[in-house]
Write a protein that binds this ligand. Structure first.
Ligand code: FES
Length: 176
């Protein structure tokens, strides 16, 4: 028997009003708008909360299995809340041969995250990406809103360290 979207979904306390608004404006052939609908919802929450997916399944008449099957196909669609900064490390051919996997290993050494994971401080989520469109500057990564080219393991850790520093509470300044 097929599982419905309303079964076995962990409930989270979120305001579903934006989801209802997005679903209200769907055209008749709404199933064909599944991916754009998921992207819009992710733009609101930064990920796809389970209760929102329940509403999507009902509105678009898509089973839970089908819905999560689609989501799992697109690495940019997230079912858990990501860290403050998403690291998109390019694993396209040019970046791969110029050491992207070594950079990924270094990030894992330091922050204990593999692709798809978020560090314990919820600061960084690591993702891999196919070509980011600037192979001349390989290896490439997008971290948060910023693009970084010709990176290497040490440079990458320095960059991540700066984000970490920016995120640190200003307690030292206040107590100085
Ligand atoms: S392969 Fe990485 S930017 Fe093209």
């Amino acid at each position: 028997m097929e599982t419905t979207a309303t079964e076995d979904i962990e409930q989270e306390e979120i305001d579903l009003a934006p989801v209802e608004e997005i679903l209200k404006n769907l055209p008749d052939d709404s199933r064909s708008h599944l991916i754009p609908t998921l992207q819009k919802i992710q733009n609101v929450f930064r990920y796809l909360p389970a209760p929102a997916m329940e509403l999507v399944g009902e509105a678009l008449n898509v089973s839970r299995a089908e819905l999560y099957g689609v989501i799992s196909f697109y690495p940019q669609l997230l079912i858990t809340e990501p860290g403050k900064y998403i690291i998109k490390l390019c694993y396209g051919t040019a970046c791969f041969v110029k050491g992207a996997p070594i950079i990924g290993d270094k990030i894992n050494d330091c922050y204990h995250i593999r692709p798809g994971e978020t560090d314990s401080n919820k600061l960084f989520t690591l993702q891999t990406a196919s070509c980011l469109g600037n192979c001349g500057a390989a290896p490439m990564a997008i971290i948060g809103e910023d693009t970084h080219g010709t990176i290497d393991p040490e440079k990458t850790l320095d960059i991540l360290g700066q984000y970490k520093l920016e995120d640190a509470p200003e307690t030292e300044e206040a107590t100085a």
